[in-house]
Design a protein around this ligand. Structure first.
Ligand code: KIV
Ligand code: ZN
Length: 521
């Protein structure tokens, strides 16, 4: 019988995933995602990059102070300052891990680092030794490992293991490798690093050629026992290996892959939903495992086969990953439902609310039932997330009132009243060729920051004519992208809220920013 190997899942949604353009989560949102990752059963949560900004430091600290069942790690460059910041942020978590990285490939050595091979080894060894004086568990990454000369890779790995690194991560940083080549790199390292038995090997794959999941699996077939991945595959450029795809592939093809993970697969859909909602990165309908169409059968021949035996065309049961068989939304509470029933429903989402948050959520729910006959699970979840991730403690713009009128000449006039971060009421009236355009022009006139609208989306939460509207926008301020979302019964209110939310996220990042230094990994 084949031995079964336990594969550790290292989730980097909050670090590499958060590096996706336009994603800027506040610390409450990051905490909600971290709690969901803990429920999903990931072994390691990479909570952020504390030295990159004060905001990131605070978010990592909040997660480290809260999460108990997963190892919490944070990224650091091979610099004492970064390692000290990571230590400060992680010191209250029961299982802290530092994750330090330095590039090893010729192109990075020559053009980015301007270091020769020996300098890259010495710097890595020095900083692993320094990290080891503060952390029990040290992970070292060879950035751009997949484009590094194999003998040099083996040499530096041996040195950092001797210095105390217990996890060696070999990223395909630019998503360039192929499954065979990536697998061979792990095989080479396993066979040519004399002290490799003192460390575990880890994969970290980017999806530029669409091979991140296949490459990760090739890594474990050749000796890696940790996979770094992210929910919905979000991450730098084309993203990282998608956690849900790896998890389900290993499970469904357990006949072929002798591996287990500690993941609770039924939490996959919820994890995907929360990440999509909070990051604003919607999941494509045909995305494997969690896309809206992943379990939909359109062709007549397929539908006929499904009715006779679902296994004719369905290799994954939707229930396995927590997708409800009832694709129409579960009907939920209504006008006459009481606080008790509401509290029970909130409990079923496994989201903890304080009494104060529960009261706020209950009154939003009651308000909604004045306009909406059937309130769905999605509606309730949206309300709860709005409350859990509220950032009303920052100085920000608040939409006070707006009115939109259609003029006889086919134009639309928007009048808007906003409270500024300084507490002043400012109103403005603008004419545009459509209601959203007029509304957004009026907001742009009021706010101090120069904004550029990059993307605008409108969708409904749940089903029915009276569904809540959800709007998402991407805007650019000072060459940085920010996403915003707004939910309301009325589409224009949702749209206005989304725009103001995006501007407030810019203010939040400004208020949390440390002295500027570009440190994206
Ligand atoms: O892709 C990469 O190389 C990384 C490292 C910082 C681990 O994200
Ligand atoms: Zn990466």
């Amino acid at each position: 019988m084949t031995d079964i190997t336990d594969i550790k899942i290292f989730d980097t949604t909050l670090r590499d995933g958060e590096q996706s353009p336009g994603v800027n989560l506040n610390k409450q949102e990051k905490l909600e995602i971290a709690k969901q990752l803990e429920r999903l059963g990931v072994d390691v949560i990479e909570a952020g990059f504390p030295a990159s900004s004060e905001g990131d430091f605070q978010a990592v600290k909040l997660i480290a102070d809260t999460i108990k069942n997963s190892t919490v790690t944070a990224l650091a460059r091979t610099k004492k300052h970064d390692i000290d910041r990571a230590y400060e942020a992680l010191k209250n978590t029961p299982n802290p891990r530092i994750h330090i990285f330095l590039a090893t490939s010729p192109i990075h050595r020559e053009f980015k680092l301007k270091m020769d091979k020996q300098k890259v080894i010495d710097t890595s060894v020095e900083m692993v030794t320094y990290s080891k004086s503060m952390f029990n568990e040290v992970e070292w990454s060879a950035e751009d490992a997949s484009r590094t000369e194999l003998p040099f890779l083996a040499e530096i790995i041996e040195a950092v293991i001797d210095a105390g690194a217990a996890i060696i991560n070999l990223p395909d940083t630019v998503g360039y490798t192929t499954p065979k080549e990536y697998g061979e790199m792990f095989k080479y390292v396993s066979e040519n690093v004399p002290n490799i038995d003192k460390a575990i090997l880890s994969t970290h794959c980017h999806n530029d050629l669409g091979m991140a999941v296949a490459n990760s699996v090739a890594g474990i077939e050749n000796g890696a026992t940790q996979i770094e991945c992210s929910i919905n595959g979000i991450g730098e450029r084309a993203g990282n290996a998608a956690l849900e795809e790896i998890a389900v592939a290993l499970h469904i093809r357990g006949d072929f892959y002798p591996y287990t993970t500690n993941l609770n697969l039924q939490e996959i859909k919820r994890s995907s939903d929360i990440v999509a909602k909070l990051t604003g990165m919607t999941v494509q309908p045909n995305k494997a495992i969690i896309g809206r169409n992943a379990y939909a059968h359109e062709a007549g021949i397929h539908q006929d086969g499904m009715l006779k035996n679902s296994e004719t065309y369905e290799i994954i049961s939707p229930a396995l990953v927590g997708v409800s068989a009832d694709t129409a939304n579960t009907l939920f509470l209504g006008k006459h439902s009481g606080r008790h029933a509401f509290k029970d429903k909130v409990k079923s989402f496994k989201v903890e609310l304080t009494e104060e948050e529960l009261s706020a959520a209950f009154s939003s729910f009651k308000e909604l039932t004045d306009h909406k006959k059937e309130v769905t699970d999605d509606d309730i979840y949206s309300i709860i997330m709005e409350i859990k991730t509220d950032a009303s403690n920052i100085e920000r713009y608040v939409l006070n009132n707006f009115e939109v009128n259609y003029e006889q000449d086919g134009l639309t006039k928007a009048h808007i009243d906003v409270v500024t971060p300084a507490g002043e009421h400012v109103s403005h009236e603008v004419t545009g060729s459509g209601s959203v355009e007029a509304l957004y022009k009026a907001i742009q006139e009021i706010i101090r920051e120069k904004t550029n609208l990059l993307d605008y989306q409108l969708s409904s939460v749940g089903g029915g004519k009276d569904a809540l509207a959800e709007s998402r926008v991407q805007i650019k301020i000072n060459d940085q992208q920010f996403s915003g979302r707004g939910t309301a019964q009325d589409v224009l209110a949702a749209s206005a809220n989304a725009y103001i939310n995006a501007v407030n996220r810019y203010l939040m990042s400004e208020q949390a920013a440390a002295p500027a230094e570009s440190v994206n990994a």
